[in-house]
Write a protein that binds this ligand. Sequence first.
Ligand code: ADP
Ligand code: MG
Length: 390
Amino acid sequence: MTGAPDGPVTERASTGFTRAYGSRPDGLWAAPGRVNLIGEHTDYNDGFVLPFALPRRTVVAAAPHSGRRWTVWSEQAGEQVSFGRAQAAEPGRVGGWAAYVAGVVWALYEAGHDVPVARLAIASDVPLGAGLSSSAALEAAVLTALLDLAELDVPVADRPGLAQRAENGYVGMPCGIMDQSASIRCRPDHALFLDCRTLEVEQVPFDLGACGLAVLVVDSHAPHRHVGGEYAARRTACESAAAALGVPALRDVGTDQLDAALGRLDDPVVRRRVRHVVTENQRVRETVELLRAGRLAEIGPLLTASHRSMRDDFEITVPEVDTAVEAAMSAGAYGARMTGGGFGGCVLALVDRAAAEPVASAVAKAYAERGFRAPTSFTATPGAGARRLS
Ligand code: ADP
Ligand code: MG
């Protein structure tokens, strides 16, 4: 298994700031990446998700600046970018990775907040583009830093919406609210049960260590294939199915109404998409029930059923992630599933702590046999949401 990159990420952000700007930052803020335990492609259907925060996080070192331009350096991007107020005020004027930062400034402007100019340095050990939500970690870390620097007391419940707005409205990615909610609202040793319609949350106990369990996260390294277009196509299929069924969103189709709903849809592909969303919402509810009862290992079959549903009904898996799930299950995992939007990304497996290493090896062996690029694996315990570090 592989660990995080060398050197604590806090130190790298802090020294990066000093190197870039010749002074010390006012403070350090961190926001985590996440894995979604269960509930995939349910967020934009007004449904349920159950993410938890990773110990891996994005750290922002920041200080206000008297100049007229924002400057932001990122270790991962390997460059420094600056932009003025006019560029932050108009989506599209800042492109590339810095759009996520400018987008947060824009979302704050749009919400009526005046944010002072700042200098930022960013370091992260959340892998980029691996489905662990480095984008939301970046938005959440920047948002938390800027709100503090501006001494703006925005309630925590309103913050995910601001970060999502940055990604939807400025970056131009039509993501749901899950990633930003997870990065901002998660707590250690808990999973976040989020109702994506009401935005109500429940902190559900998920203390893996106390049960001798671990979640193994396997980055499949599968090349992302058609991610944007396929994501949009799934969204459109779900929205048109909801319209055809006369409900505001697929969340409104209960499991007991599923057969009747499927009978009213002609297109077999759309029927499969609907079946995934409806059954997935039910699996999230059942997972939450088991976690509330402290029956952690028993969620395994729900995780694996979720994977099958994504593979066969929602058709968002690729051979690399299917292989990882099969190998993990053969090696004794309680359950395993792809996590994240799909077409690559990561797989999570619920395992006995002692089995994490052998399961990771079994997955690596299966990859080698099929000629896939070697995966990387790490174990994840539920960590804290966005916060100030110093
Ligand atoms: P994911 O959120 O699953 O990691 P996305 O495609 O949504 O994948 O977001 C990845 C993008 O977010 C990167 O390509 C980059 O533009 C931006 N990003 C995330 N973290 C950083 C970082 N530490 N430095 C610079 N850009 C970042
Ligand atoms: Mg993302």
